[in-house]
Design a protein around this ligand. Sequence first.
Ligand code: CA
Length: 703
Amino acid sequence: MKQKQEAFVNWIMTKAELVKINQIHLFFQGTVGKEQGWTLFVGSMTYPLNIEKRDSNMLELSFPFLFPFGEQCYVGCGQQKIPLMITDVVRTIEFDNQFFYNGTDLGLSRFEDKLMLQVWAPTATNVEILLYDNWHTDRFERFSCSRTENGIWKASLDQNRLGGFYLYNVEVNHSWNLAVDPYAKMLSINGERAYLDIIEEQDVDGVSIFDKKPPIIYELHIRDFTIGPNSGTKEKGKYIGLAEEKTRTIQHFETGLDYIKHLGVTHVELLPVQDYGSVDESDWRATYNWGYDTTHFFAVEGSYSTDPYEPFTRVNELKKLIQTFHSNQLKVIVDVVFNHLYIREESALEKLVPGYYFRYESNGDVSDGTGVGNDYASERKMARKLIVDAVEHWLKVFSVDGFRFDLMGILDVDTMHEIKQLATSIQPDVLILGEGWVLPTAHEPTGLASIEQAHLLPDISFFQDQFRDSIKGDTFEESNAGFISGSIVASEAFINGLKGSPSLVKYPSQAINYVESHDNHTLWDKLKLLHPNESRLILEKRHRLATTIVLLSQGTPFLQAGQEWFRTKYGVENSYNSPDWINALNWDERVKNDKYVTYIRDLILFRDDYPVFHLETFKEVEEAFSIHESIQGCFSFTLKDKDQILLVIFNATNKEQKIALPFKGNWQVVVDGTHASLIPLYRLGIDYVLVDPISTFVCVNEQ
Ligand code: CA
């Protein structure tokens, strides 16, 4: 009988997928006939499926009942059945609505006298916890989790289990995956297992009282800053190395934290300190990386810890770093990477809820607007919650003062809104900035947190790439020159940038002005490529002019560490994994170029002292800012407030420029090519000024 029945079947089922909340696609090899009786098998139960559409090698089936998520399901006909895989349905609104969980207790928490572990895995059919005594042995104890509402799986453990390491073992789509808890706050070395202990939430420094100063951001990489031979630091390349005070070069010039303090910036932006995957924490000197390959959103990177094997050490060392910065009146911004995950297929998120956390193109391909393999689907409710919860953790546990969102243009506007609201409720002065690049990701562009939507996000700041390129030339075209090269008239983008980019943002504070960051050539290397035959002295002048333009524009200035002493990466355009000798700050150069350092420091003091350089609205900017003269390679403008008028001149030409003063009067020079001062340098006794070749000049007239 059985043989006879099979003889009529000239097809086999190859794949069954739950694509919508009540729709299954069943694929065949061969041609499916007119068979009826398609069935969903759930344990010993069977449910009839309706045929909606019949293609040559595919059936679309529907059902009117609530799909039994959490149960192993099969689809078939008669005696033949194949496992049902849960696929596209996870990316539907219905799925998000059905399973959104808004609790604050995901991951490890305390519940009465027990420890509670909870993980969101609505498509899983079984979840267990594997508990290990330490990070390296394979022997474990197994604890079953029970499924509760909203696709949460939970288990409680005795308090005496603290100090163990754990993994989730998840059965999903008919196979078992091991996954690190995405809510893990602490990890074993290289993040292979989560650590079973709780970081108590508390301000690392109690109440910090900061001087109210307009922000100036200084970007650095933990390792780069102290790893160089003349950094004077004991714990080179480490969190606590950067927290060392009173460090000096052998020539007794400040380095490290003291140097940053000396410079007068307000915010230090740390390249990623979230756990990332590309550096082996057990042999950190062997590899280098910037760290834009996040593996865990909540946990701290181990390679900057003095003991990456001890989960609390990295947490405490980063806390100490931030606390020390705070006690030195320096705020700390952390660079966070939520736009993609290091390796999608290996990420805990993909193992727990396959297909949920990433964006897909309509043809089923994984969206890759980031250019690094995957785009995080921040618009999905639990994906958004994971980011928002992580931001809360960084604020509450580490008392960070701000976030720089890597490739923010991938994230959606609603997520950024929610982040800003939450962050402000914890830390009212929080500074949030990001890369608002417009990127080809599988999401409606108008809903993305790109520069084009900056008006929707007035409390969030955006890197100004158009201004950057107008100053120094196109970042990606080596031969393209900008204003500082001296041969062009100030462009619209340049003038717009000086005014805080009113054509791009709603408030000047939203404009992050810069000429270099960790990405792409340093300004010095770009200038060397543009002007291979110019002397070092001339290049230095162009460099100084560019930094001055950044500091004297409306908006928030941003400097890359070492910019103030002509940082070079020896022509390496993308040094994300280059050795230390390319990335390290060269403190010998800091010594050699102390005059430039002093100039930048004095310009910062000068800028702080004149509110007209950091106006809050574009109305004020329009009232204050007037173009004075614009000729090829030389641009001047006036800034006017109640009591005084400032004349600012950027001369990028290699000639001395004679510029008429706007009117006769008591003009005092405060900035020239080599000095910046709060006390006037000298008085102008004539009705014009002579501005040195390739230099900045500012004079002020008291009304
Ligand atoms: Ca790591």
